[in-house]
Write a protein that binds this ligand. Structure first.
Ligand SMILES: NC(=O)c1ccc[n+]([C@@H]2O[C@H](COP(=O)([O-])OP(=O)(O)OC[C@H]3O[C@@H](n4cnc5c(N)ncnc54)[C@H](OP(=O)(O)O)[C@@H]3O)[C@@H](O)[C@H]2O)c1
Length: 323
C-alpha cells in the first residue's frame, strides 16, 4: 500500500510517497481502507517540526480519515468488515490503508459522504470545544470568527449560529467572505482591505462577546480592543505565523478572559469533555445544523500541494486527500 511518510522535518515537498507493507491490527486496533483524509493546518506544522506535537521521524502523516474497515484486531467489538467509519487522532491517514485505535473510530452517518466525514472531526470538535464548552456562547451574543473561511473558521460560524449568536466573519477576500455568508455569517469584514477595529465598532457598538481566533498575528489586538465587558477571547491557533503579544491592561479594562484552546490535550485529559464534544457535534449534525464544506480533493501524490495551498492561504473550507 502507498503512504505519505515524513522522513525528516521539512517543507511539504520533502514528504515521500512510499510503498509499505499493509499494517496488521494488534489488540484494540483496526485497519481502514482510506477513502478520504482531512487536511488540517496542524498537519502542515507537524511535518515542519513547528507544532507542539513533534513525533520522531519517520512517521505517517495525516490525522483524520474516513473509509471502510478492512481488518479487525483481537478484542475489537462492535465493528464489522466493510463498515463505513471515520476516525480522528491517528497517524498515517494520508495512505491507502491506515491502522487506527478502535477507540478513535466512529460509524459514519448514512447520509454523509467519505469526503465530508473525513473533514468532520478536527474542525467541528475544535469549534464546539471553543465556543460551546470554553466560550459558553449564548443566544443573542455577538461572536467574531477570524479566518472565517478556513477549516476551523467555517465550522465555528456554523456552531456559533447553532448557539443562536450573531456572527461576524472576517476573512481576506470577497470569495472567502461569500462562503462565510453561505455558512450563516450575519456580518462580513474583509480584513485585508478594511479597518478591522472600525468595522467591528460599526457592527457591534456594544462590543463583541466572543472572539474565536485561529489566525493570531496583527488581527488579535484590534479584536481584543473591540470586545464587550466580560468577553471571552479564544486562542485557537496562529495561522498567520506570528504569535501576538497582548497588552494585559486591555484584559483588565474589558474584564474579559483569554482562554487557550488545545483540543488534543483536552480530549486525552478530560474524558467527560471528550464525550460532551462528541455528543454535541453529533446532535448538530443530526439536526442538519452543520454541513462540512469540502472545496478540493487531491490524490496522494499531490499531498505536498494540498499542504502548501493551506500554508499559502489558498484554501476555502476543507480540503481532502483521496487515495
Ligand atoms: N487549538 C487547537 O486545538 C487547534 C485545532 C485545530 C486547528 N488549530 C489551529 O487553528 C488554525 C486554523 O487551522 P485550519 O485547519 O482551520 O487552517 P486553515 O483552513 O488553513 O484556516 C486558517 C485561516 O487562517 C487565515 N490566515 C491568515 N493569515 C494566514 C497565513 N499567513 N497563512 C495561512 N493562513 C492564514 C486564512 O484565512 P484568510 O486568508 O481569510 O485570512 C485561513 O483560512 C491553525 O493555526 C491550526 O494550527 C488549533
Amino acid at each position: 500500500m502507498r503512504a505519505i511518510v515524513c522522513k525528516h522535518y521539512g517543507p511539504p515537498q520533502s514528504l515521500v510517497l512510499e510503498e509499505l507493507p499493509e499494517p496488521v491490527p494488534g489488540p484494540g486496533q483496526l485497519v481502514v481502507e482510506v477513502r478520504a483524509a482531512g487536511v488540517n493546518f496542524p498537519d502542515a506544522l507537524v511535518v515542519q517540526g513547528k507544532h507542539q506535537y513533534r513525533p520522531v521521524p519517520p512517521f505517517g502523516v495525516g490525522c483524520e480519515l474516513a473509509g471502510t474497515i478492512k481488518a479487525l484486531g483481537p478484542r475489537v467489538g462492535g465493528f464489522s468488515i466493510g463498515q463505513r467509519v471515520y476516525a480522528q487522532g491517528s497517524h498515517g491517514a494520508f495512505a491507502e490503508v491506515a491502522l487506527v485505535d478502535a477507540d478513535a473510530v466512529r460509524p459514519m452517518p448514512d447520509d454523509l459522504s467519505f469526503e465530508a466525514a473525513a473533514g468532520l472531526s478536527i474542525t467541528y470538535n475544535t469549534a464546539y470545544y471553543s465556543l460551546v464548552i470554553l466560550g459558553r456562547v449564548s443566544p443573542g451574543e455577538t461572536v467574531l470568527v477570524l479566518g472565517g473561511a478556513g477549516g476551523v473558521g467555517l465550522a465555528a460560524i456554523e456552531v456559533a449560529k447553532a448557539c443562536g449568536a450573531r456572527v461576524v466573519a472576517a476573512a481576506s477576500n470577497p470569495e472567502k467572505l461569500a462562503v462565510c455568508a453561505a455558512a450563516g455569517a450575519d456580518m462580513l469584514i474583509n480584513y485585508s482591505a478594511e479597518n478591522l477595529r472600525e468595522r467591528l465598532r460599526h457592527f457591534a457598538p456594544q462590543g463583541v462577546n466572543v472572539v474565536l481566533d485561529p489566525v493570531g498575528g496583527a488581527y488579535a489586538e484590534p479584536s481584543l480592543r473591540a470586545m464587550a465587558w466580560q468577553g471571552r477571547y479564544l486562542v485557537v491557533g496562529f495561522a498567520a505565523g506570528e504569535i501576538p503579544k497582548i497588552p494585559l491592561n486591555l484584559v483588565l479594562l474589558k474584564g474579559c478572559s483569554v482562554t487557550g484552546v488545545f483540543l488534543g490535550e483536552a480530549l486525552s485529559r478530560e474524558p467527560e469533555t471528550a464525550r460532551a464534544i462528541e455528543t454535541g457535534v453529533g446532535e448538530l449534525m443530526a439536526a442538519g445544523k452543520i454541513r462540512p464544506y469540502v472545496s478540493a480533493r487531491y490524490p496522494l501524490e499531490r499531498t505536498a500541494d494540498a499542504l502548501n495551498d493551506l500554508l499559502m492561504r489558498r484554501v476555502i473550507g476543507k480540503i481532502v486527500i483521496t487515495p
